[in-house]
Design a binder for this molecule. Structure first.
Ligand SMILES: *[C@@H]1O[C@H](CO)[C@@H](O)[C@H](O)[C@H]1NC(C)=O
Ligand SMILES: *[C@@H]1O[C@H](CO)[C@@H](O)[C@H](O)[C@H]1NC(C)=O
Ligand SMILES: *[C@@H]1O[C@H](CO)[C@@H](O)[C@H](O)[C@H]1NC(C)=O
Length: 500
């Protein structure tokens, strides 16, 4: 009895030692992998097919059951790897988030930026538009006045500061109306009021290869727009296959400064009938952009602002900011844009006024959630219009930010280097005849350079352009002017003949 008892205890002890050793081995190998993990470049780790990581994951799952921590480190990996643009499609990790780029949703939040200053005397002044120095001296005057007449509190003296002193370029009692709205045809101009909470602004565009203009847009509007819906297709408008260049650039980190505001929309189809009638494609791109993009927004409110542009139409920031911060404007809203060809230097006469903005309520109740209908100027014939107008309690008349002589944005047509123009020619839709891309002589780079030089058009005409100068007001978006060397080809005629 005693003997067998002893042998059982010994066996148990041996088993314990064995277990301890096993545990020790486990700990040592874990440390080894952990060390390797943190020492070796994470990217190398990811792209090698037989990876320590896989083992580590199995290891930790079985022995330590660390799934949460493990998952976390994978997320980090993922962030690092796609910032550096080194994503291997055979990685072992669970579905990388960037492969779902076109399925993500975007949650809209109220913009907490303190756009207005609230003074003690009750004035509400738009920070950027208010002349702070004058404001301060007004305050001192008021202080002085109060010290001299202590009993006169709150009467005449306060009224002095209720009006905000505006900086040049800003108007209205709150200094939040920019010149391009002040000189617009907005009928209710004198009745607009600052909102307590800014509207959220959604800007939707289709992109092909207008990347320089895209950077210009993001810098112009980045602090005002809450989300950019950007649609890219793997088909050209002509129906050929095209690489997803924008997607790749996002993953490569080229848009890191703004990617938190980009919702990527992927169109993977070419519409039926698009080969014979190119206009179908043109419409379909915008319909898909709006339907898919808007359906992936969470927290949308009726009074949020929806703006749809072509990639070569860039609204000026201040006009959009007005829509964001003010109540009392009517809709739909157009934008008068400065027109130019090949670059900003070939300015054309007049403006291009495109209906491009409305509230989310109007988009859905009048335009059936389809952005192309907004651009078509046919709101009054839409079946939902009267009912919607009635529900707003006002008469809806379209108006436009800017005026024929006050530019509120830029429309830069065919603004590429010659190679970009060539690409635009061959990928243009099969419509809008004559389709210049069908003529081999019009596709020659030397011919294209000649057009850029003279400002001529493919039909052989050479229009008369008014003079323009990069120093003039609203010549080009600020970002391009601030990076003049880099974007010189858009700001000065690259093939201009030497002046003698
Ligand atoms: C860790 O890094 C150091 C210095 O970079 C290197 O000398 C060492 O060999 C590395 N260890 C492992 C396990 O890779
Ligand atoms: C575009 O992508 C879809 C889905 O991935 C694919 O089925 C289609 O063949 C692609 N088209 C082209 C032209 O690459
Ligand atoms: C307009 O709104 C009022 C209530 O505000 C309602 O009684 C009326 O039927 C509406 N008219 C139309 C055409 O929708």
């Amino acid at each position: 009895m005693g003997r067998s008892h002893l042998s059982v205890r010994m066996r148990i002890r041996r088993f314990k030692v064995f277990l301890l050793c096993l545990l020790g081995i486990c700990v040592i190998s874990f440390l080894h992998y952990y060390k390797a993990l943190h020492n070796i470049s994470l990217l190398q780790e990811l792209s090698s097919p037989s990876t320590h990581l896989k083992t580590l994951k199995m290891f930790s799952d079985i022995f330590w059951n660390f799934p949460a921590a493990d998952f976390h480190s994978q997320q980090d990996f993922h962030e690092h790897s796609h910032l550096k643009g080194n994503v291997d499609s055979n990685v072992i990790l669970p579905d990388p988030s960037d492969r779902k780029l076109h399925e993500r949703t975007f949650v809209l939040h109220d913009d907490p930026t303190p756009f207005f200053i609230h003074t003690k005397s009750g004035a509400v002044c738009f920070r950027e538009g208010t002349d702070v120095a004058t404001f301060a001296s007004h305050r001192r005057l008021l202080q002085h006045h109060r010290e001299i007449n202590p009993k006169d509190k709150g009467s005449n003296a306060d009224k002095v500061v209720v009006q905000c002193p505006c900086q040049q370029g800003w108007h209205g009692p709150h200094c939040g109306i920019p010149t391009i709205v002040y000189h617009s045809n907005l009928p209710s101009k004198s009745k607009v009021t600052p909102r307590k909470v800014p509207r959220r602004v959604i800007n939707a565009i289709n992109i092909n290869h207008e990347f320089d203009l895209l950077h210009a847009r993001f810098h112009e509007l980045g602090d005002v727009v809450d989300v950019f819906l950007v649609c890219e297709s793997n088909f050209t408008a002509y129906g050929d296959s095209r690489p997803l260049v924008f997607r790749k650039q996002i993953l490569n980190g080229m848009f890191d400064y703004i990617k938190h505001k980009i919702l990527y929309v992927f169109l993977d189809r070419f519409p039926d009938g698009g080969h014979s009638d190119g206009w179908i494609v043109d419409d379909y791109l915008r319909t898909y952009l709006t339907k898919n993009g808007m359906s992936r927004l969470e927290g949308l409110k009726e009074d949020d602002v929806f703006i749809i542009d072509d990639a070569d139409e860039i609204p000026a920031r201040d006009g959009i900011l007005f829509l964001k911060l003010y109540d009392g404007w009517t809709e739909p809203v157009g934008i008068h844009m400065r027109k130019s060809l090949y670059g900003f230097y070939w300015r054309q006469f007049g403006t291009l006024n495109v209906l491009s903005a409305c509230t989310a309520a109007m988009l859905f109740k009048v335009y059936n959630g389809d952005g192309i209908l907004l651009r078509r100027r046919s709101y009054y014939s839409m079946s939902g219009f009267r009912e919607y107008e009635n529900s707003t309690g006002r008469i809806l008349v379209p108006w436009a930010i800017g005026s024929p002589i006050h530019y509120a944005g830029w429309h830069c047509s065919w603004c590429f280097k010659p190679e970009g123009i060539y690409y635009k020619l061959i990928s243009a839709q099969n419509g809008d005849f004559p389709r210049w891309g069908d003529y081999s002589e019009k596709r020659k780079i030397s011919y294209i350079k000649e057009l850029i030089q003279t400002g001529g058009w493919f039909d052989g005409s050479i229009p008369d352009y008014p003079p323009s100068d990069p120093k003039e007001h609203m010549f080009a978006p600020k970002y391009l002017l601030d990076n003049y060397e880099k974007y010189r080809y858009l700001l000065e005629n690259p093939y201009a003949k030497e002046k003698h």
